[in-house]
Design a protein around this ligand. Sequence first.
Ligand code: 5BU
Length: 479
Amino acid sequence: MESHLQDLVEKFFKIGCVKFGCFTLQSGMQTPIYFDLRGIVSYPQLMSDVSDLMFEILPENKKNFSRICGVPYTALPIATCISLKQNIPMLVKRKEAKDYGTKKMVEGIFNEGDKCLIIEDVVTSGSSILETVESLKTIGVEITDAIVLLNREQGGEENITKHGITLHSVFTMSQILEVLRDRNKISAGTVSSVMQFLSENQVSNIAKKTDGDQDKSTDSNGIVKALSFQKRAELCTHPVAKKLFTCMAEKKTNLVVSVDLTSASEIYDIIEKVSPFVCAVKTHVDIIKDFSQDFATKLKQLSEKHNFVIFEDRKFSDIGSTVKNQYAEGVYHICEWAHLVNAHPIPGPGVIEGLKEVGLAKNRACLLVAEMSSAGTLATGDYTKETVKMAKEHEDFVIGYICQKNLTSDPKFIHMTPGVQLHAGQDNLGQQYLTPRVAICEHGSDSIIVGRGIIRNADPVAQAKRLRDEAYAAYQERL
Ligand code: 5BU
């Protein structure tokens, strides 16, 4: 590849248009690579270079288009640039027909028989391009070619070709990987895991649509955009999930406070102070030195008074028969007062089945610990993936995950992330902290769990408010 093209790839990487990690596709599948060109509008020179390059790859005998049209939305500014530079009139395809006036799907002036070139940023399955093609065809415009900046090599080109459209791409995913590896930006291991992902996730193998579903909930990589908490409350059938999402929407908070204090009165005090800013209060009941059922009664009263969910962070992790007793019996009778508990999936599904025997009849719910915030945690990779599966197989009782990032596109499951403070860092016992924005926006979690960041602060109210504001603003950004 010519060096100016390689420089461009490096630039994409530098400004975060190409990211490596774990991203959730609409299909629920995890992808190790994410290409997102939305940010290039902030780099005019880059926009200009990209639009020149995209037009240049068209063979000379194909440059006689009378219209161009970008696939909404990421490709629209690129199409605009090409239109201006090449002096070709543009058409704008709407995602939804206007519900007033003319109800047109395509804006701009055209004549029947006009030849129109399609511009798109990334092609995965090709269905977004085909959808734009369909809209243009219905108004009598002809389409023979489409230009994309990146072909993810997942079968989109073949799909488009079948519909009689020739695809021209500036880069393929393998070229991008090669450049980044040669320039020491990513390891050979990353290259091979991405290549394996691409070969295992060809359009023909993908049960659900990827970029065809884009219009409402995903972008051109198929990444899930968040549904509102209100919508998610409506989708949930489990009463605790419904209550939690409703509370998050009504109180405008996705902050969970972890009241890790050892006396009941201190806990009441902090709850009275911070509860306007939280959707749930998380306890470790076994650290309270003066625990009695009075504590449980008082906690339930506070939960009703201030509208929050009670979450006992018990992390059950034994065989079904034992956890059943731990949940229902002993000193604590956890199932009598905690709306929500959590469990490690390590024993296998028996742990959920045991808890369910006690909790289901009382309308209680459980979260699975899919990942942990602590350094050196073993809850990673396949363990996490299996946890996600286990939760889905018990969705009558498991309503989500304790995790560090988004693990499923199923909107009924809540993601709660501990290890959050206003500043990233760690404590001296392996706890690691993300900021609210990173947890929610970058990692795609739904809510943050904060303990010492609030309860050990000189001004817990101000701190809770700030954390709530940051976490809720991050959620709104994801919408
Ligand atoms: P902190 O004070 O904000 O660090 O407290 C975090 C709380 O979340 C604390 O009660 C932990 O037991 C809990 N926690 C966690 O920190 N990390 C995890 O992975 C899980 C729970 Br699971």
